[in-house]
Design a protein around this ligand. Structure first.
Ligand SMILES: [Zn+2]
Length: 98
């Protein structure tokens, strides 16, 4: 296992963000998010009162870029704020829903 230095140096970069499902009435959305390193995640979001990410889970298509496990891990949770910042900066919610 790698040391925690990986966690500190890893910087996710969202390259694709698409709508995977929604419940408009409840303001709940599911997105598929791809990162520059090939990592794919499923993201659950809530729209009201403002957009928030309620859950981020890595799809098991590739090993985790942080801990290198190819099974479930919690690493992506560490980047919750980073993801939300990128999504807002690139207006990915609006683009995915348009
Ligand atoms: Zn991990």
């Amino acid at each position: 296992m790698k040391n925690t230095g990986d966690m500190m140096s890893y910087r996710p970069n969202i390259v694709n963000f698409t709508l995977a499902g929604s419940n408009e009435k409840e303001g709940l959305y599911e997105f598929k998010m791809s990162l520059a390193d090939g990592t794919e995640c499923r993201v659950f979001s809530q729209r009201h009162p403002e957009w928030t990410l309620t859950n981020i889970s890595r799809l098991l298509t590739t090993p985790c870029p942080v801990c290198h496990k190819d099974f479930i891990c919690k690493c992506m949770d560490q980047f919750h704020d980073e993801f939300l910042e990128q999504i807002n900066a690139k207006q990915l919610f609006e683009k995915a829903l348009s």
